[in-house]
Design a protein around this ligand. Structure first.
Ligand code: FA5
Length: 347
């Protein structure tokens, strides 16, 4: 084969390639044509073998002809590739075209559940006072839910919160208070703490109008060198007024929690009768909304804080309780049955 024959042969191959490309419809077909015309076993690749029979003077022209042929084949194939890609994009766009003149289906937008609305409102209030929002696990260990909160095994206070155990050491948290301990340990006993923690809690309570086996709490914890009971009272007054109106008053009643000392329960003046006494507040003029107190020294110690240097206050409020009082909801189960007629009232 001389250079002239070679050029002729390459020209024929090129015409065959152009014809083959006309049949190609997909990238897959194209790949097959490419390996037939440019692969290792393709004729153009094999032509180099004839080089040894070519006179030395013609060798450069022979090599050049093969390489230029390969270059043209590649360009033809790549042009086809681009053509297929564009056709595919266009096909897709046509298939996905939206008819803006069609009537929209009847569509009712959803909304945030009332319990989450209250959580968000309380979060905003506390973030505005410089608190951080923390989270903790719903599956807790006995150690964090009880032991480090000064409630050892066999302590009668364990009966205050009927517990759903997973095994001897793990349980569904009965309150958000374990996050107090988790946060203090995380802060390492040196830094002041100022956090709230909203979350779900679980108890083996029988469901009735005011009790649920699963409900929401918000925990609050402040630990610093100068924290006092009057800081706690001022903070809780702010919460009560934000939730129930600027003219609400609160009352701290002595109570008992193993993890606070002294402990209080907090009542707010009844919004229904303005404190005069009515059936909603059982004629007392007040309704209880939360538990609170000064962090017990034993808890500060087990969480790495020196009680001689630091004091703290903590509180835990029930979100459902607040929503029920604020909106006059008579049964806690309304929050969980997902009756849209109930949920839509709070949009
Ligand atoms: C506690 O859970 C304490 N951890 C609160 C606390 C935190 C005290 C920090 C001191 C310092 P208690 O069991 O009272 O306390 O629950 C707190 C609130 O959760 C109650 O005031 C009530 O609003 C709500 N609550 C309790 N049990 C239920 C229930 N079964 N269903 C709905 N809400 C409940």
């Amino acid at each position: 084969m001389d250079v002239k024959d070679l050029n002729k042969r390459i020209k024929t191959l090129e015409e065959q390639l152009i014809q083959a490309l006309e049949e190609v419809e997909s990238q897959h077909d194209l790949q097959q044509v490419k390996s037939r015309y440019l692969g290792k076993k393709a004729e153009i690749s094999q032509l180099m073998r004839h080089m040894k029979d070519i006179p030395d003077d013609d060798k450069p022209a022979f090599g050049k002809a093969v390489n230029e042929g390969k270059q043209r084949f590649t360009e033809l194939i790549e042009a086809k590739r681009e053509e297929i890609r564009k056709a595919e994009v266009e096909r897709k766009l046509r298939a996905e075209r939206i008819d803006l003149t069609l009537d929209a289906p009847d569509f009712t937008p959803g909304s945030v559940h009332i319990l989450n609305q209250i959580v968000e409102e309380i979060e905003d209030l506390f973030i505005g006072m410089g608190y951080r929002v923390k989270e903790g696990p719903e599956i807790e260990t006995d150690e964090y839910n009880f032991e480090k909160l000064n409630i050892p095994k066999d302590h009668p206070a364990r009966d205050m919160q009927d517990t759903l155990y997973i095994d001897d050491e793990h349980l569904l948290r009965t309150h958000t208070s374990p996050v107090q301990v988790r946060t203090m340990l995380e802060y390492g006993g040196e830094k002041p703490v100022k956090i709230i923690c909203p979350g779900k809690v679980y108890r083996r309570d029988d469901d009735d109008a005011t009790h649920s086996h699963q409900f929401y709490q918000i925990e609050g914890l402040v630990v610093d060198e100068t924290t006092t009971m009057s800081d706690l009272k001022g903070t809780l007054l702010k919460v009560a007024r934000a939730m129930f109106g600027e003219d609400r008053e609160i009352r701290l009643r002595p109570s008992y929690f193993p993890f606070t000392e002294p402990s209080v329960e907090v009542d707010v003046t009844c919004a229904n009768c303005d404190g005069a006494g009515c059936s909603v507040c059982k004629h007392s003029g007040y309704i209880e909304i939360l538990g609170a107190g000064m962090v017990n020294n034993a808890v500060l110690k087990s969480s790495g804080y020196d009680p001689k240097r630091y004091q703290g206050f903590a509180f835990g409020l029930g979100i459902e309780r607040i929503a029920m009082l604020r909106y006059g909801i008579e049964d806690i189960r309304h929050f969980y049955v997902n009756d849209l007629r109930f949920n839509r009232q709070f949009r």
